[in-house]
Design a protein around this ligand. Structure first.
Ligand code: UDP
Length: 235
């Protein structure tokens, strides 16, 4: 497959067109940003690990009935995916209190939620991805009612599947962010699923094994990504 022009460069990925208009190449970089890109750095080999982790998780989800944009991993840092018409909404699913939820509600991190919580944010870096609700999404026609229902169903289904997957590897899935898009009239899960977009804690010690190590200067950032990669890739 031929890599065409780069048509989008984000904080952690570059998207390239290919000779097939339906397919694009998602290239994973080592660059890391936090706090709306005020903090910048690199995490050595992060791109390679996130590409691998996303591949394994997308394949697992597909096999369990969640439609995704994943086609195949091409190289260490490149993945072929279907071109989606992206819905400009970030969907966050939470199992335990952490991050912005802890801050917003003045709650301690680590409190289990009695049922998963779903949040929506408007995908807009300049505005810092503000939280919106389903009324905003419908009124602004970012998605239709049936699309929103499908997204919600897929987000909860993904949560249940990933929770089990991580639990088997002695890891707790605290929260994560998903993005969806349209493809030939169908909603597909897009973007990536990796320690940049998920909070993952070690069962028992509750050690953080995700991007919070970078955000909060906890050290051993690369080791954490390596460990998640090793466990995700193990049977
Ligand atoms: N998240 C993400 N991209 C964003 C915002 C959040 O991948 O632009 C992920 C984040 O890694 C975490 C979950 O979504 O796993 C919930 O993030 P939260 O709202 O707590 O925000 P944060 O404290 O990470 O800024």
């Amino acid at each position: 497959m031929k890599k065409g022009e780069a048509f989008y460069e984000g904080k952690a990925k570059i998207l390239y067109s290919t000779d097939d208009p339906d397919l694009i190449i998602q290239h994973f970089k080592d660059d890391a940003t936090a706090f709306n890109a005020q903090k910048r750095g690199t995490i050595r080999e992060k791109g390679v690990m996130n590409n691998r982790i996303s591949e394994v998780l997308f394949k697992y989800l597909e096999a369990e009935g969640v439609p995704t944009h994943f086609v195949q991993r091409l190289t260490d840092r490149d993945m072929v995916v279907r071109r989606l018409q992206i819905i400009p909404v970030e969907v966050i699913v939470r199992n335990l209190v952490a991050g912005s939820l802890a801050k917003r509600l003045g709650l301690e991190e680590g409190i289990p939620l009695s049922r998963p919580v779903l949040e929506h944010c408007y995908k807009n870096d300049a505005l810092g991805d503000p939280m919106v609700n389903t009324f905003h999404i419908l009124a602004l026609k970012w998605a239709s009612e049936s699309e929103l229902k499908e997204i919600e169903k897929l987000a909860f289904q993904t949560n249940e599947l990933l929770r089990v997957f991580f639990d088997r590897r002695n890891l707790i899935l605290v929260d994560f962010k998903l993005e969806f898009g349209r493809h030939r009239g169908k909603i597909l899960l897009g973007d990536e699923i990796c320690p940049d977009t998920c909070r993952i804690w070690e069962k028992g010690t509750l050690e953080k094994l995700d991007k919070d190590r970078f955000r909060r200067d906890l050290g051993k950032v690369e080791d954490a990504y390596q460990e998640v990669c090793r466990r995700v890739c193990s049977e």
